[in-house]
Design a protein around this ligand. Structure first.
Ligand code: HEC
Ligand code: HEC
Ligand code: HEC
Ligand code: HEC
Ligand code: HEC
Ligand code: HEC
Ligand code: HEC
Ligand code: HEC
Ligand code: HEC
Ligand code: HEC
Length: 326
């Protein structure tokens, strides 16, 4: 049975109403009755969102608040991009069968990849989701509906399934303890959120720490680390850069989440961190010699020299001294 037959099957009841109309209204009504199906897609399997209300009143009741309601409100979108059927597909077969999961796009039955395809029909353009197909979330079958809830979002903004922090900790519980350390960014306190630094939809390969996995760390403008959005005084450009800050990234010396060491440092004692690179054994330092542990100027046997940053105060870069002494 073709879809055209279905459309005609609906006609008699409508014609009946039209015939009962008086005068001019009847003429207009008849025109609508005959021409409308021809002008719009004749025999369309789309039935419109109003039809769904009868049997799914709970879903309908809240839908006017949903950003996806705009397609109904505007009335300008084609049927396959309007209202309920923009996501759930044409509803005619479903309505005729009086329900059932097999007759409609039921997300509870869809494989993750299908959910992704469905949503990306409309949501693929934004640059912030350009990497979604190769993000580690997608590669691990974590897709839109694991984080977003179209009909039951308790968070009106972005239709998240839960408050962001509960959402992310729901799967990344180990990270919670990192944000409970003595020195930390105040995410648990609600001062910051994960998405200040991460893009859960995936990120471009970073221009810092190029050998490392991007870890979905979002980029601020101009391919910068997200850290610089807030710590802008570390941005430079400095006349004398300390290479690891720009090339290796902030994470070389700092834990981004939390640390038992002050300043979120990776090592409890600053000089041990400096000496991981400046130990004279590698090609670091001037003349490829690094800083030897015992020289005339730096004698590590003398505790005074162990506090590297008391002299090298501009360790993130300086505009006045190549040795970051001021
Ligand atoms: C933006 C896409 C989208 C639109 C538009 C949409 N839905 Fe859904 N719907 C979903 C997704 C995804 C689910 C799976 C559950 C979830 O993630 O909230 C779902 C689930 C459902 C369910 C299963 C029961 C439930 O509450 O989970 C029903 C019934 C339903 N939708 C009906 C509708 C009706 C009726 C409309 C129009 C008023 C509509 N949907 C509009 C995406 C959509
Ligand atoms: C005549 C009543 C009726 C109408 C009209 C109707 N539905 Fe349903 N629908 C049902 C019933 C009953 C179920 C439950 C099927 C089940 O749970 O096995 C259902 C299930 C669904 C599901 C699957 C929910 C899931 O578990 O994933 C979706 C999606 C859905 N309907 C969307 C729609 C949309 C969109 C429309 C409008 C185009 C619509 N329905 C119109 C009765 C109806
Ligand atoms: C791992 C969780 C997660 C997954 C998977 C996910 N999102 Fe999101 N999404 C979020 C969070 C969190 C935000 C809020 C971002 C913010 O606060 O800045 C968001 C924001 C959004 C926004 C609004 C802001 C914007 O970037 O335009 C849209 C639209 C969106 N997501 C669509 C999708 C679609 C479509 C998919 C699947 C293809 C998807 N999301 C998959 C977590 C997720
Ligand atoms: C037919 C096109 C279409 C489909 C399919 C679609 N969306 Fe949307 N979505 C939109 C439009 C349009 C908006 C509103 C954008 C705006 O407000 O400017 C939107 C908004 C959103 C937002 C942002 C809410 C906010 O507060 O900013 C999220 C999240 C979202 N959609 C998720 C999804 C998910 C998940 C799916 C798949 C289940 C999906 N969308 C399927 C068109 C679509
Ligand atoms: C449904 C479970 C789930 C949710 C919800 C979730 N994630 Fe994930 N996340 C995963 C899985 C699975 C992986 C991949 C395996 C891994 O590396 O641990 C992952 C990986 C990551 C990674 C590491 C990427 C990499 O390349 O190693 C980051 C960062 C991340 N998620 C952040 C977030 C943020 C931020 C949120 C909240 C907006 C979130 N996740 C929500 C399951 C989830
Ligand atoms: C201040 C910025 C920032 C915030 C806020 C942040 N992250 Fe991260 N996160 C990073 C950076 C940078 C990395 C990469 C670290 C590396 O490569 O050594 C990372 C790595 C990760 C990883 C992968 C490595 C690991 O430790 O398993 C996960 C998962 C993760 N973050 C989840 C989260 C979650 C969940 C939240 C929110 C509760 C969050 N992050 C908040 C910056 C941040
Ligand atoms: C959303 C803004 C924001 C972002 C993004 C951000 N930070 Fe922070 N950061 C702060 C604030 C505010 C503090 C002050 C400490 C507090 O919150 O109690 C802080 C503290 C710090 C401290 C400790 C400073 C001290 O005086 O003890 C370090 C180190 C640090 N951040 C490094 C980073 C790194 C590295 C990144 C990127 C991975 C980053 N931050 C991203 C806002 C931010
Ligand atoms: C070579 C190692 C190293 C790198 C790379 C590095 N830092 Fe630091 N950072 C330090 C040290 C060491 C301290 C503590 C300075 C002290 O003892 O006074 C510090 C302190 C800080 C502080 C707190 C004190 C202050 O100066 O405001 C912030 C904030 C900070 N760093 C942010 C960043 C950001 C953002 C980046 C990336 C752009 C970064 N750091 C890269 C070593 C580094
Ligand atoms: C990840 C490796 C790394 C770490 C950790 C590191 N540095 Fe450096 N540092 C470098 C490199 C690379 C240069 C540039 C060397 C060159 O130009 O030959 C440099 C340059 C310097 C210079 C300028 C001298 C010169 O030879 O140009 C000083 C001073 C310096 N670092 C001090 C420190 C201090 C103090 C610390 C600890 C807070 C530290 N560095 C941590 C890699 C590192
Ligand atoms: C008491 C102040 C002081 C302390 C503490 C100190 N430095 Fe220096 N550092 C200097 C001065 C002054 C110079 C320039 C004179 C010179 O080359 O001897 C210098 C030069 C350097 C250079 C350039 C090397 C070269 O061969 O020219 C590096 C790298 C360096 N320091 C790293 C460190 C590290 C790493 C520490 C901690 C273990 C440290 N400094 C502790 C004062 C200090």
């Amino acid at each position: 049975m073709g879809a055209g037959c279905e459309a005609r099957a609906l006609l008699p009841s409508f014609a009946c109403i039209v015939v009962k109309m008086p005068g001019l209204a009847r003429v207009v009504g008849l025109f609508v009755c005959i021409a409308a199906p021809l002008l719009s897609q004749a025999g369309s399997p789309f039935v419109g969102s109003d039809v769904c209300r009868t049997c799914h009143p709970d879903v309908w009741a809240n839908f006017y608040k949903n950003p996806h309601y705009k397609s109904i409100a505007s009335g300008k979108e084609p049927a396959e991009r309007t209202g309920c059927e923009s996501c759930h597909g044409p509803g005619q077969a479903h309505v005729q069968a009086r329900g059932g999961k097999a007759t409609i796009v039921a997300f509870s039955e869809l494989a993750p990849a299908k959910v992704l395809d469905n949503c990306l029909r409309c949501h693929a353009e934004k640059i912030s989701r350009a990497n979604i197909r190769r993000s580690s979330h997608t590669l691990s079958d974590v897709v839109c509906t694991n984080c977003h809830s179209i009909h039951k979002s308790p968070v009106p903004k972005f239709l998240l399934g839960k408050r962001q922090i509960d959402l992310c900790y729901g799967c990344h519980n180990d990270v919670r303890s990192q944000f409970s350390m003595p020195f930390k960014h105040r995410v648990n306190e609600g001062f910051m959120v994960c998405t200040d630094c991460h893009n859960p939809h995936g990120a471009f390969a970073s221009t810092w720490r190029m050998a490392a996995r991007p870890r979905m760390v979002d980029q601020a403008a101009a391919n910068e680390e997200p850290c610089l959005r807030c710590h802008s005084e570390k941005r430079g450009p400095f006349l004398y850069e300390h290479e690891p800050v720009r090339v290796d990234g902030c994470e070389t010396c700092h834990y981004p989440h939390g640390s038992t060491n002050s300043r979120l440092l990776r090592r409890p004692v600053v000089f041990t961190m400096c000496l991981e690179c400046h130990n004279g054994s590698d090609s670091f330092g001037r003349q490829n010699s690094g800083v030897l542990t015992i020289t005339a100027t730096h004698n590590l046997a003398d505790p005074r020299y162990q506090n590297c940053t008391t002299c090298h105060v501009r360790v993130h870069g300086s505009n006045s001294d190549p040795l970051f002494l001021r």
